[in-house]
Design a protein around this ligand. Structure first.
Ligand code: SF4
Length: 476
């Protein structure tokens, strides 16, 4: 069904009128986002909004509010009952705005017409400060890439300095890091049971700041590690580097520690992440009732480039165990792979085929690295004690099951779909997993050769994309 035939209530509301059309007079949660609202599982704001809706809460979105006028966008829904959720969007706002040469980008892929200038620099901080000014009593929860990767003392390339946790610079009450599905669902369930916001101190995958002398509630299952303080990092680069390494290790452990860091007279507390999502949990996230379309309000404002790129592609898993030094996936999604079921993937293929503009070509059957689908430790009790940042470097771990058969089967299944002429694999392939000399695991039944043959014969357009996208030893 195209945009024109659908009722507006198929999208989450972004105006007061749309809130009323749903029969609501007020909202439980309001999301402020630096991106335009595209109701598709590849867009974080839609995923978070749909999860909140799925938990039975009334949610509205304020996409790309004007932060330079009288702030009417921020006021249009009034106060939410529980909290404001703030994100800069799918990218860090500084990466969105500037090239590596620090020049202003001419295009913003997450704005209609590709226009730039619709979000501020350091958007999460700017939005949060505005909300704290307008509604000082309402909690603000920050999340998304910008909040997640700035959760602890970090180097800010654009200002060429170390910055403290974004919780400190923004004044937000709680930070959700990584993929927000699990922490958000638990957060909402506790709030609906009447737990006060200030008591949410033992939720996995969240961070907050307390006064130095305040007692921090404990979870008996967690060990605690204290990093070098923010002030020590400012004095000594080695101390900062050692913090960075520790955070990276804790982001990729089966049983991670709780992290503490002193900032001035306060303490930053980062609770350990959730265990990797089960198939049922990740399916539930992808199977939410997305329209898979941008909100109709953008119809006359031009295409949204990121949506045009992604609209006929399917993400089959999350996480990457490559451990490349330059990449942030491990700090955000972790190294353990969460894979969707074949049923959930095929259901999405059915939905893509129904898209009014679909001409038979799926642009990507992929994931963070295309060929890690369903891969995990053969004996997961060994993985539970492992803190290696990569499962394939410097050698492929002999406990890693690198069987490519489940993925090959899905490619073949999609090929047989009557609505699909061709399905490409546009995500990068980890080719080292396919090289016999390098990967000596599991090839008694030649599943790697079978995979390569299926891939090269039926799923590339002439060029095979590879991961990692770098050739420098040091950078890797
Ligand atoms: S034991 Fe091997 S497969 Fe398991 S997490 Fe460690 S490196 Fe990865």
């Amino acid at each position: 069904m195209d945009q024109n035939q659908r009722p507006i209530t198929d999208w989450l509301p972004i105006t007061k009128k749309e809130v009323e059309k749903r029969g609501w007079s007020d909202l439980d949660v309001i999301i402020i986002s630096g991106d335009a609202y595209v109701d598709h599982p590849a867009f974080g704001t839609a995923v978070i909004g749909r999860i909140i809706e799925d938990e039975g809460f009334k949610v509205g979105i304020i996409p790309q509010p004007n932060w330079r006028d009288d702030l009417r966008d921020f006021k249009k829904f009034g106060e939410p009952k529980y909290f404001f959720g703030v994100t800069s969007g799918c990218m860090d706002s500084m990466i969105n705005h500037y090239t590596a040469g620090k020049r202003i980008r001419s295009e913003d892929a997450y704005t209609p017409g590709g226009l730039s200038g619709f979000r501020p620099d350091y958007a999460t901080t700017v939005y949060t400060k505005i909300l704290k000014e307008l509604y000082p009593e309402v909690p603000v929860v920050i999340g998304g890439i910008e909040a997640s990767l700035r959760r602890v003392t970090h180097y800010d390339y654009w200002s060429d300095q170390l910055m403290p946790s974004i919780l400190e610079s923004s004044g937000a009450d709680l930070l959700v890091y990584g993929m927000g599905d699990q922490p958000l669902r638990d957060l909402l369930r506790l709030l609906s049971k009447g737990v006060p916001f200030d008591n949410l101190r033992t939720l996995n995958q969240t961070a907050f700041i307390v006064d130095e002398n305040e007692t921090i509630p404990k979870n008996k299952r967690w060990e605690t590690v204290e990093l070098n303080s923010h002030e020590d990092c400012l004095e000594d680069k080695i101390k900062y580097a050692s913090n960075f390494k520790r955070v990276e290790v804790e982001s990729n452990k089966w049983n991670a520690d709780r992290i503490l860091q002193k900032i001035g007279g306060k303490t930053l507390v980062i609770n350990p992440p959730y265990k990797t999502m089960s198939e049922k949990e990740i399916d539930a996230s992808f199977d939410l009732p997305y329209t898979r379309l941008p909100h109709p309000k953008y119809k006359k404002r031009g295409d949204i480039p990121a949506y045009e790129m992604i609209k006929f592609s399917i993400n089959m898993h999350r996480g990457c165990f490559g451990g490349c030094s330059f990449c942030t996936i491990s700090a955000h999604q972790g190294k353990f792979i969460a894979s969707r079921s074949t049923k959930s993937i095929m259901k999405e293929v059915d939905e893509v085929v129904e898209h009014p503009e679909f001409k038979g070509y799926i642009s990507d059957l992929g994931g963070p690295s295309a060929n890690m689908y369903q891969m995990k430790g053969k004996d997961e009790s060994i993985c539970a004690k492992c803190s290696a940042p990569s499962c394939i470097h410097p050698v492929v771990c002999n406990n890693l099951d690198t069987n490519h058969t489940p993925l090959t089967e899905i490619y073949k299944k999609v090929d047989k779909h009557p609505g699909v002429k061709k399905a490409f694999v546009g995500s990068g392939i980890r080719y080292d997993l396919l090289v016999e000399d390098y990967n000596k695991n599991d090839n008694e039944d030649n599943n790697k050769e079978e995979y390569m043959e299926e891939l090269v014969k039926n799923h590339i357009s002439g060029r095979l994309k590879v991961a990692p996208e770098h050739t420098s030893e040091n950078t890797l």
